[in-house]
Design a protein around this ligand. Structure first.
Ligand code: NAP
Length: 272
């Protein structure tokens, strides 16, 4: 089946104002899908929508929504009644600076948990119904390699991504026989704005590990109907397999804690 017939005519992409979500929107538009772009920064969304219409002759919809709020999630959920959406990309997500869990403000924990878990779960629930009725469609959830093990100093972020990975993989099994393809994308370090938000510099060592966001986005889209979990990059794949199957959980948890603490101490020393 042609891509548009399988996953069109409309795609909803959350977190489309930058990074992986923006690249998902560009890639999907180039494959002929109309795109609804969702995020908080309206100007960026409008600029992207204009570019996509001009470059690919598709239709777009811009929806400004804070997906950490009920109102924002409901606004995006309402699109399911207006547009024939064949593909949902649950990409919007936030991380936080590397700190022990007890130092993370409660408000940040709440916002991150709502955005990274409740919003994609709600949107999946809403958009699956019309897809199931049509017996076709796709969902891409953006988790992380952080989902594969406990991560001291980014405990809540890793836990939210573990939720999304396990939720998505279970639902993928439930809906596979109904003609719906669900892919969970687990990127490792990727060149986007979020990397600046966590506050690791490390002499450019981090920079060398970053994958380009367009490659990461393309791998997830190419996996629709073929694979349920995508981990872009060989190093990321090997680390995830080691964390999940080969290395004792306690050992890897201690190793991550020690590595991040050392890196943070070094960055603090360099900055002073
Ligand atoms: N980059 C990495 O290394 C990496 C690794 C693993 C997983 N990921 C995951 O990849 C996804 C995309 O992140 P990215 O790396 O592309 O970072 P990014 O460039 O910071 O993109 C995040 C997107 O989410 C949107 N967003 C943030 N808070 C929002 C809110 N409350 N409501 C609605 N939209 C919101 C942002 O738009 P506005 O600010 O305009 O709202 C932006 O479009 C995230 O789920 C992230 O956890 C990233």
């Amino acid at each position: 089946m042609a891509f548009v017939d399988a996953y069109g005519p409309w795609a909803v992409v959350t977190g489309a104002s930058s990074g992986i979500g923006r690249e998902m929107a560009i890639d999907l538009a180039s494959r002929g899908l109309n795109i609804a772009v969702i995020a908080r920064r309206t100007k960026r969304l409008e600029a992207l929508a204009g570019e996509l219409e001009a470059a690919h002759g598709i239709e777009t919809r811009v929806v400004t929504a804070d997906l950490a709020t009920d109102d924002g999630v409901q606004r995006v959920a309402a699109l399911a009644d207006e547009l024939p959406v064949g593909l949902l990309v649950n990409n919007a997500g936030i991380s936080a600076p590397f700190v022990p869990f007890h130092e993370l403000p409660l408000e940040t924990i709440s916002q991150m948990s709502r955005l990274n878990m409740l919003a994609p779960a709600t949107l999946m629930h809403v958009y699956l119904k019309p897809m199931l009725a049509r017996r076709r469609g796709g969902i891409i959830n953006v988790a992380s390699t952080a989902a594969y093990q406990p991560m001291p100093l980014m405990a809540n972020y890793a836990a939210t991504k573990a939720y999304l990975l396990n939720l998505g993989d279970a639902v993928a099994q439930e809906v596979a026989s109904h003609g719906i393809d669900l892919v969970t994308l687990c990127p490792g370090p990727t060149e986007t704005e979020i990397v600046g938000h966590v506050g690791l510099d490390t002499d450019g060592a981090m920079q060398k590990m970053l994958m380009p966001a367009d490659r990461v986005a393309r791998q997830a889209i190419d996996a629709l109907g073929r694979r349920r979990i995508v981990i872009p990059g060989l190093t990321n794949k090997v680390s995830a397999i080691m964390a999940q199957r080969l290395v004792p959980r306690g050992w890897i948890t201690r190793m991550i804690h020690a590595t991040l603490r050392r890196t943070l101490a070094k960055d603090a020393g360099d900055a002073s």
